[in-house]
Design a protein around this ligand. Structure first.
Ligand code: CO8
Length: 262
């Protein structure tokens, strides 16, 4: 059994990162976050990878949050340093789309990790919570900002203030996850989603992600200006040429053939 804190498996242009601390419910200590950043550094410039899947080892937990034993020793300056928050923010502007495959407890920083991914697939045993207030702290890895955007302010307030656990069915009904599947279908579904992304124009996908992530933070006029500018970039791209020609010629678009012209 590997002792690596994060296991990377590559299949067909997809890097699957498995957080591997099952004895601690995959809780994220400083070493796990450092390792995650190291993997992201490598994947960022790895041209063979188009999509990243993040999941947890074992069948109980995705990630049960920040490591509470480590948190217990931290002081106000550590709160400001916010290494977990900065890492998750990095996911938002990461060069490749991310899919979370949530295979059990997604608590605290684990819930926030899933929220920082573009698309969330959950298994029927997934559970979501932000129990921080019960520890006398708050979800400071983006939870107070991303959760209301995804599920609405009412449910976000309920989850964050009361710490209530959300089961998979409710998570699906409230859009916390987009796909709800049986545990054995979790990774196959996440890979299916990843391959669906891979069949789209990579530059288009990249610009769409930036618009979805940043567009919500600016006023409407600025948002639609960014949309027009991004579209204009795509209109000048070989991808758009290939995508539109393929439609006219009634064949699947081959974006791989034009990607090196970017
Ligand atoms: N940190 C450290 N260890 C953990 C954590 C955790 N978050 N979660 C579980 N573990 C450990 C347990 O201590 C236990 O270890 P040991 O065997 O040595 O006692 C082992 O994992 C197994 O856990 P349990 O025996 O508790 O397993 P159960 O199946 O009974 O319960 C639960 C599983 C429900 C997941 C339970 O372990 C639990 O409630 N865990 C804590 C969840 C939690 O509160 N998470 C939020 C943490 S705070 C956070 O994420 C803040 C993020 C933003 C701030 C960032 C600032 C840097």
């Amino acid at each position: 059994m590997t002792t690596d804190l994060i296991i990377r498996d590559d299949t067909d242009g997809v890097a699957q990162l498995t957080i591997n601390r099952p004895e601690a419910m995959n809780a994220m200590n400083r070493s796990v976050i450092d390792r995650l950043n190291e993997h992201l550094d490598v994947i960022d410039i790895d041209e063979s990878i188009d999509v990243v899947i993040i999941t947890g080892a074992g069948d109980k937990a995705f990630v049960a949050g920040a490591d509470i034993k480590e948190l217990a020793k931290r002081g106000p300056l550590d709160g400001l340093e916010a290494y977990m928050q900065r890492t998750y923010d990095r996911l938002g502007s990461f060069s490749k789309p991310l899919v979370a495959a949530v295979n059990g407890y997604a608590f605290g920083g684990g819930n926030e990790l899933a929220l920082a991914c573009d698309i969330r697939v959950g298994s029927t045993n997934a559970q979501f919570a932000l129990p921080e207030a019960g520890l006398g702290i708050l979800p400071s890895a983006g939870g107070t900002q991303r959760l209301p955007n995804i599920v609405g302010r009412g449910l976000a307030a309920d989850m964050i203030i009361t710490g209530r656990r959300i089961e998979a069915e409710e998570a699906r009904a409230s859009n916390l996850i987009t796909y709800l599947v049986e545990p054995e279908d979790l990774l196959p579904t996440a890979h299916k989603v990843a391959q669906r992304i891979r069949r789209k124009g990579p530059l288009a996908v990249s610009l769409i992600r930036q618009l979805l992530i940043r567009g919500g933070r600016v006023d409407h006029e600025t948002g639609i200006l960014l949309e027009r500018l991004a579209q204009s970039v795509l209109f000048a791209s070989p991808e758009k040429q290939e995508g539109t020609e393929a439609f006219v010629e009634k064949r699947p678009a081959d974006f791989q053939s034009v990607r090196h012209d970017r």
